[in-house]
Structures are given as C-alpha cells and as structure tokens.
Design a protein around this ligand. Structure first.
Ligand code: FEO
Ligand code: CA
Ligand code: CA
Ligand code: CA
Length: 690
C-alpha cells in the first residue's frame, strides 16, 4: 500500500483518511513557511507602541461581555465548577437543545437521542438520474457513476422546490474518492483507467429532488427534472480577475476560462439567492510530477499550495495529462476556487469565482448587510493558514438571478489579522484563561484584491499583479502578514445576531518544538499548545468594514480537562467535543457543530451549542454520533429534521472493499457507503420538548 499518512494526532483520523481526503496535509513540512510574524509578537509590539489600553474599533461588545463574567478565574480553577451565575437555571436547556445527549461511543451505526427516528435518504452509488443502475459494488462503470450518487458527501443544503410544495431540493458535494474502499482488489500501485474514470465521476455534486412524508420530517429520494450530477469533468466557467489570465491557460483551454470539473469540494453554503457555494479544498493531491519541473520559482509557488513530489497517490496523471504538472503546469491553478452552482437550472454552467481568491477553500458563507452588500467568509483549511472575506460592490437584488450570479465577481478580498488584548506572558499554552477572563481581542481585515464591474482589478499587494493575487492568494496573504490560524474550517453567521462563528479544527503543531522546524507559537487566538481538539471562535465583525472584535467561545476537548472552555458554562454538564468542522444555526439561534477526527477516541458527532449571552451560553450537547471511521458533515438543522452527511464510514488503515471494517448502512457483508441521514422527532419540533 502507498499509505504514507503519518497521523501525528492522537486523533481518530486514520492514515487512509489522511491520504485520500487531504493528501496528507498534516504530514511532513508545513505548506506555510512564510516568516509571517506571530500574533504574540504583534500584541507585544502594539502594546509597546500604544503604551495604553487599545480602544476596540467596533461596537457591540456583547460577545465579549458574555465571556468575561468569570473575569478573575482561569479555566483550570473553574474545571467542574461553574460560576454562580452560570449555575442558575441551567436545568432545562434552551429551545432547540431540549434532548437527551448521546453519549460518546464507538458504535458502528448512527446513534440519535430517544424520541427521534432516522433513515438513510441516499447513499453512494444510488441512482440520481433516472435510468441509472442500482448500486452494485461488483459492477461499477464510469457511465453509471456519472448518474449515481457520488462518494464522500460533505456539504449539504436543502432548498424549497420551485414548483412542488410536496418536494424539496437536496444539494451536496462529494469531496473525495477512497479507491481502496470503492473497488474490490484495488491495487494502489496499478489503478486501472476505469477506476480513474469512476473516481473522477464520484467527485463533484448531486442535486436531488426529495419528497416530504406527511406527518414526519422524513424525506425520500425522487427522480425529477432538477436531478443532476456535477463531476470531475463537468465544464465550469471561470469569472473574475483570473479568467483569461495566462496563469490559467492550458493546451486544452487556450482562453483560460473553461475548466473541466471540480475537485475536493468540501463544505459550502446556500446563498440568499438560492444557489450553492462549494469550496475546492485539498486540490493539491490530484496533481503528480511537480518535482519534474525545472522552474524553481514555479515549484516554490506550487509547494505553497501543497503540490510537490513525484507520483500522486491516485496516479491519475497516468491517464490524463492535465493531472501531470510536468506536462500541464497551469492545471493546478484552475482548482482551489469557490464554485457556485444554480441547482434550479440543470442546464446552467457552474462558475469558478476567482475574485474570492484561491486557497484550500473550506466553504463560502454569505451575510448580507442592510444595504444589500454581500459578505462572503471563507476559511483556508490548513494548519497555519488564514481566514478571508470578500465584500461585494454589486448589491444583492431579490429575484434578480442574473445580477446575483455576478456578486462574487465584484468587490474586495480581505484576509484577517488578529490581535489579543492580554499580555503575552498570560498566554502560556495551557488553556489557563488570562487575567481579563477571556481569550479575546480585536482585529483588522487587510485588503488583497479589488475586482471591478468592467472586469479590471486592482492588487493591494506590493509586487503582485491582480491575477497573481487571485491565483496565489496564499502568497499575497503571507506578504501582508495575515494571522496563522489553527485550520479555519466552516464559517457561519448567526442569522439572529450577525455574529460570525469560525470552526478552528486543530493544529498539533501550534507551539510545538522540533529541531529544524519553525512552528508558530501559542497566541491568544490560538492559545492551546499542540492543539488537538480545536476551537470555536466568535467574531463581532463590522461585516462590510475592516474591523472586528473576537473571543473564543469554545476551547474543545474532554470537559474534564482543565484547558477546555465552554463559554463559561458548567463543564460537568456538557458533552465532550473534538475537532469542530462544519457549522449551522437552528431556528432558535443555537450553533450546531459537526466534528471531523475526534481525538478523544470516540466517534465523530453533531453537537448543539447555546451561544446567546446568559446562563446557557456554552452549553453543549451531542445530538448524534456517526458510525466508526466516519466524519459528520452537512449538517442541516430545521424545526422539522436534522440531516447529516455521513462521510467515509468504516474508513481505516486495515479497511478495504475486500475487508470492510463495518457494513453500514446496508448491513450483512456489504461495503460501507457514505450516505445522507435524515433524523426527525417522533413528536413536535427538533430540540423542543414535546
Ligand atoms: Fe474537507 Fe476542511 O474539511
Ligand atoms: Ca484577553
Ligand atoms: Ca470538513
Ligand atoms: Ca456551514
């Protein structure tokens, strides 16, 4: 086997997951070797310069106030004992969170609270397009895969059906293929062309009509005219400042404005104009032979995006020259974008928006300000990479699809710089809260690129042209000294409060010491040394502006551990949580968090967390867990139902299609299949005591 994934975490992430999901992004050297100063240094320097208390640049300190109520007690002292105010009235959870939490476990199935039911909506290989064959692991063809549900469903969205009130439209991404778990007898050294084509077809997206079941939250898959598969070969239109750039031109596309396919689509978002945004994340792993390039500068730039070495793991470069960097050096520049798909028009050409920058996009999540300005947040999910936002100049217009599909082409791309407000020596990596009672501070958004209506663009980064900033966004952000973060994943804006939440999944290298390595030290926004369990960040952002304040809502982990922090809530009454990844809000304003790679030796899950200031802030309850080896993706939370995408169930270092570790969801001796699960309450609404 060619598995080289070196799992430095005590995480449940297996070598197989590391290899096929993210191309071993955590293995070996760090992609970000910039000498970008650490946040701790910035804090010290600004403090020296200012010589006085810094003034918070934006109003709305409610989030900070909520966090500072334990002002003179560090986490270590509050372990297992809540402050007196937090103890009050915690008996009954807030609406949306009234369920009995699921205990940590290592089961081989989905576990849900009492009083709920669950069903699989659709799984890998099920027909999406009418006429496609039923799933048969022993009889797979590229033609069938193009019409069947793809592999490793990640982002999930649910839209109203435009014509039929008894139906809805489910959309999702298919992040990656794990060939050893897809094909019996798979030889990683000698994949076949058929396996290559099926793998490519198993990527992309599914758009699926679903019907409602009267009297319950259940949904059933249907054939319908909106059903569509988007794959690794579907044509995409490139828009924004990199469209037509020399950096995107290839022999197959001399104009540099049409890309075949989308890859490693991780999380995403539904826009207020009814489209799906989807992030091309670990796209580097599909490209082989970067070592054979003779241009050292080109190699350096590719390396900053993780593209290096000889053969790729999947060896797709054997079957298509576009995956061979030595033959098609610009092809990697055509991936790593935020893509937009109109699920309501099955004939529409999906878009790659280059004004939003190129990096390992986890997702794209929208907030609209009162004047119609659209703000799109996006994390670059790699250790020590950055958080970005795009602020549109074109305004959102209700019902004007033509206008709205251009919004992400016109505006300014920013990257975040965080500052803490506590002295550096109070941030010691242990999780002990600083004397002001919170990991918190302020920050600024630094301009990188402005894209204009007439197609022109302006770079705000010295020495880089606009198309270079768009294509090599990480390098541009290095130059402006953005803040290195602990893997920014999903971002979600509370529809109730406008506060912005960011999942920072983990960073084992934070503050780590290893000879010859230059790992970033701990800092207030990343205060846990060798952070294995992740953080959830809350930002009060001046959405269209350039300033924000921030605080850490959660320092994840086993609540019995002193370093953890749950918004000030009684740690004896919360579920353990590790590696926050995807975020969603319920109708009550609670934040739902799905996890990826639980480092606490139990299965991943979906959690609800109270975020409102008050007695319940920080209460966290596990709503469901996914089967062993799986990651919890999606999620969708409404009053009627909760939906999760169960990704890579049963994935493990000794697992394969020949030797499955588990048999979910089909049972018997079946291979496990990534699938979509719908959960609904037997009575009443989700999370509300019936
Ligand atoms: Fe595909 Fe960042 O998880
Ligand atoms: Ca502080
Ligand atoms: Ca993810
Ligand atoms: Ca989300």
């Amino acid at each position: 086997m060619g598995l080289k994934g070196f799992n430095l975490f005590t995480s449940s992430r297996t070598k197989q997951t590391c290899t096929y999901k993210c191309g071993n992004a955590c293995f070996g050297e760090c992609a970000n070797e910039s000498n970008n100063e650490y946040f701790g240094d910035i804090t010290r320097r600004s403090a020296l310069k200012a010589g006085a208390v810094t003034v918070l640049a934006v109003g709305g300190a409610s989030a900070l106030a909520a966090c500072s109520s334990d002002s003179d007690s560090g986490n270590a002292e509050t372990t297992g004992s809540a402050s007196s105010s937090a103890k009050k009235d915690q008996a009954k959870s807030l609406p949306g969170m009234q369920f009995t939490p699921v205990e940590a476990n290592t089961e081989k199935e989905v576990k849900i609270p009492e009083g709920y039911e669950q069903k699989v909506l659709i799984a890998w290989g099920d027909p999406v397009i009418e006429g496609a064959p039923e799933f048969d692991v022993d009889n797979q063809t590229p033609e069938a895969a193009e019409k069947q549900f793809g592999f490793n469903n990640d982002f999930a969205g649910l839209l109203d059906h435009p014509e039929d009130s008894n139906r809805m439209v489910y959309v999702c991404s298919h992040e990656y293929s794990t060939e050893p778990n897809m094909f019996k007898g798979y030889d990683p050294e000698n994949p076949t062309e058929n396996q290559f084509k099926i793998g490519l077809a198993a990527h992309g997206h599914t758009i699926l009509e679903v019907s409602k079941v009267e009297g319950s939250g259940e949904l059933k898959r249907e054939f319908g005219k909106l059903n569509r598969r988007i794959t690794g070969t579907t044509p995409f239109k490139v828009t924004g400042p990199a469209a037509g750039s020399d950096l995107l031109k290839t022999a197959a596309d001399p104009e540099g404005n049409t890309v075949l396919g989308t890859l490693n689509n991780c999380s995403g978002g539904i826009t207020p104009w009814g489209t799906m945004l989807s992030g091309e994340e670990n796209f580097d792993q599909y490209f082989g032979n970067a070592n054979q390039l003779s241009d050292e500068d080109a190699k350096k730039k590719l390396k900053r995006f993780g593209i290096k070495g000889d053969a790729s793991e999947r060896k797709w470069e054997r079957f298509d020259d576009r995956f061979d960097v030595s033959k098609t050096p610009n092809e990697p520049n055509r991936f790593g974008w935020l893509v937009e798909i109109d699920p309501m028009d099955p004939t529409s050409t999906p878009i790659k928006h280059t004004a939003v920058g190129r990096f390992k996009h986890e997702a794209g999540n929208i907030h609209i300000t009162s004047d119609g300005t659209v703000v799109c947040y996006s994390g670059d999910d790699e250790r020590n990479d950055y958080l970005y936002k795009f602020v549109s100049t074109r305004k959102f217009k209700e019902g004007d699809k033509e206008n709205n599909l251009k919004i992400l082409d016109e505006g300014t791309l920013y990257v975040a710089k965080f500052e803490g407000n506590s002295p550096k020596d109070e941030i010691d990596g242990s999780g002990q809260l600083p004397k002001d009672g919170a990991f918190d501070g302020k920050g600024t958004w630094v301009k990188l690129l402005t894209s204009k209506e007439d197609g022109s663009a302006e770079s705000h980064v010295d020495g880089m042209k606009p198309d270079e900033v768009a294509v090599w966004t990480r390098l541009a952000a290095d130059k402006v000294e953005a803040t290195k973060m602990d893997r920014p994943e999903d971002v979600e804006v509370s529809p109730k409060t406008g506060l912005v939440y960011v999942a920072l999944t983990n960073n084992k290298y934070r503050g780590a010491v290893e000879e010859g390595k230059n790992y970033p030290g701990v800092e207030e926004v990343a205060p846990i040394k060798e952070n294995k369990n992740g953080l959830v960040l809350e930002m009060d952002d001046d959405h269209a502006g350039e300033n924000f304040t921030w605080n850490l809502l959660l320092v994840c982990g086993d609540p019995k551990e002193a370093y953890t922090y749950f918004g000030g809530f009684d740690k004896e009454k919360v579920s353990p949580i590790s590696c926050p990844d995807n975020l969603a809000f319920d109708s009550h304003g609670n934040l739902w968090i799905s996890t990826d790679g639980n480092a606490l030796k139990s299965n991943d899950g979906l959690y609800a967390c109270a975020v409102e200031p008050g007695d319940h802030r920080g209460e966290l309850k596990c709503f469901l867990t996914v089967p062993k080896g799986a990651e919890t993706c999606g999620p969708i939370v409404t009053d009627e139902r909760v939906m999760v995408n169960v990704q890579h169930p049963g994935e493990g270092d000794d697992a394969s299609a020949d030797k499955p570790a588990i048999h979910w969801p089909d049972g018997g001796n079946a291979v496990p299949r990534p699938a979509v699960v719908v959960v609904w309450p037997k009575k009443g609404k989700v999370g509300v005591e019936a």
